[in-house]
Ligand binder design. Structure first.
Ligand SMILES: [Fe+2]
Ligand SMILES: [Fe+2]
Length: 197
């Protein structure tokens, strides 16, 4: 690779001294900042909605399998909170402001908050949300590409956890209701393409 590919050290040093109030966002930042910040705030809202939904499911789980499933819901709620915290911290690093305003939270998140009437319905709704999340984060990762490797790496880590969550919910569903496997291709399991946790 030619040396012309790299910026010379004098220019790098001079650039770093300019606009130092922008912190981690240098002139070399290749992302479209306003779009990245909007996407991250939508992901933040979505994760918060997912924390709320999993926590409700944790407290509302009843029936013979409730204890084990409730524990799984709580574990997921904690991991979704961790995602929200990571995303909020990255928004600040990029010079933005994380939006925690409860007004419009649900509209910003795009994801559905489905209370769930019974254990199977809760698990099914969580599985749907996780499958939507997988598509949504995959799209964000593809969009960001090489333009912002820190944000992309963070999103890849979150995506890996959402895949584990989906797998956990699918396993619970088929363990508690073996017929669920046969219904896995019903429309309710298909992703809407909107963001979720
Ligand atoms: Fe999440
Ligand atoms: Fe998740």
């Amino acid at each position: 690779m030619s040396d012309e590919f790299f910026t010379d050290v004098t220019t790098l040093r001079a650039r770093a001294r300019q606009h130092i109030e922008r912190g981690a966002v240098t002139q070399g930042y290749q992302g479209q900042l306003d779009v990245v910040l909007r996407l991250l705030n939508e992901a933040l809202a979505t994760e918060i909605v997912c924390v709320l939904r999993y926590r409700r499911h944790h407290f509302m789980a009843t029936g013979i399998h409730a204890v084990a499933v409730a524990a799984e819901f709580l574990a997921h709620a904690g991991e979704e909170q961790g995602h929200a915290d990571q995303i909020a911290a990255r928004i600040v690093q990029l010079g933005g402001a994380p939006d925690f305003d409860p007004q419009g939270l649900h509209a910003r998140s795009h994801s559905e908050y489905v209370a769930g009437e019974n254990l199977m319905e809760m698990i099914r709704e969580d599985l749907v949300a996780e499958r939507v999340a997988i598509d949504s984060y995959s799209e964000m990762i593809r969009y960001i590409g090489d333009s912002d490797s820190t944000t992309r790496t963070m999103l890849e880590g979150i995506l890996a956890t959402e895949e584990e969550h989906a797998d956990d919910m699918a396993n619970l569903l088929t363990t508690l209701d073996p017929k669920a496997q046969a219904r896995a291709n019903e429309p309710m399991f298909m992703s809407s393409g909107k963001g979720s946790c």
